[in-house]
Design a protein around this ligand. Structure first.
Ligand SMILES: [Zn+2]
Length: 292
């Protein structure tokens, strides 16, 4: 049970080890900044800082989720958990997305409440600019960290681009702080806050929808079930494909089962290996086929 499968697996394990360190570094850095920014936000009465702290908290969660997926991907099957714990990534992704929607909606609600009573607004403009300036540094350091290993992994490339976008967002908040200081236009603070919360909502919606679908065993995005079924039906000697199922094992892996009705005059093992090739080339590594 404890043996390693192929030697390419061993090579990718050392890359995964380095990736884990990159993620742990990025998580610690961003988590410290979330605490700092939330504290500064409440202290300086700035909704835009609180909103961005909420946004960075979401980023810490998704970095943590990616790290967890790396760890669980190598989890070995057990007697009760025959897939290992890989599907936990789907459940955590769904819970995370629901939590994010609640946070973003309550930030928008609070910001609108404050906009309706502008006299109560007294954000500390200097604190906004200084804190967001620290944010630029933190986001830039995250970009440097993630760029180190991004070539090896699609999730890491996504996180790298996201942190780059966040640098721009922090620059925007620094500028908003200056505008508030120079013009006294305090409404800009809740306006920025709503923009940031809107940015969070827009980016989490696809995660919410996809993780909900995965949790009820929908075919994962990027896999075309109809195409695979048609290609298998097209193998000479296959009369019918039935009991066709594709379901997610984790946020990145899927499994397939199918029954093939086969003409007696054809070579069964040849049909089986052709079908397995089709399934593999469509991005599914775990399949079970029955020939009738
Ligand atoms: Zn972000």
């Amino acid at each position: 049970m404890e043996k390693h499968h192929h030697h390419h697996h061993l090579i990718s394990e050392s890359i995964t080890g380095d990736l884990k360190k990159v993620y742990i570094g990025a998580i610690i850095l961003n988590a410290l900044f979330v605490a700092f920014e939330a504290w500064m936000g409440f202290r300086s009465d700035s909704m835009s800082l609180v909103s961005d702290a909420g946004h960075k908290l979401v980023d810490v969660f998704s970095l943590g989720l990616t790290l967890l997926a790396f760890i669980l991907a190598s989890s070995r099957p057990g007697k009760k958990f025959t897939f290992g714990y890989r599907k936990l990534t789907v459940l955590i992704s769904l819970l995370n997305a629901v939590f994010v929607v609640v946070v973003a909606v309550s930030i928008i609600y609070e910001s609108i409440q404050r906009m309706m009573d502008p006299a109560s607004l007294s954000p500390d403009a200097d604190a906004i600019s200084i804190t967001a300036g620290v944010g630029i540094v933190v986001n830039f350091l995250s970009v440097v960290l993630l760029s180190y290993k991004r070539r090896h992994d699609v999730n890491t490339r996504g996180a790298f681009l996201h942190m780059l976008t966040d640098c721009l967002l922090s620059i925007g908040v620094v500028i908003a702080g200056f505008i508030i200081k120079w013009t006294g236009f305090v409404l800009l603070d809740p306006i920025m806050s709503i923009c940031i919360a809107g940015f969070i909502l827009a980016s989490i919606m696809s995660v919410l929808v996809e993780s909900f679908k995965l949790s009820i065993d929908a075919v994962p995005a990027g896999i075309d079930a109809e195409k695979i079924s048609k290609e298998i039906s097209g193998i000479p000697g296959v009369n019918e494909v039935s009991g066709f199922h594709i379901w997610p094992i984790s946020t990145t892996e899927a499994a397939l089962t199918a029954k093939l009705s086969v003409d007696d005059s054809f070579n069964r093992s040849e049909i089986l290996s052709r079908a397995k090739d089709i399934i593999k080339s469509n991005g599914i590594n775990d399949s079970t086929l029955e020939i009738q």
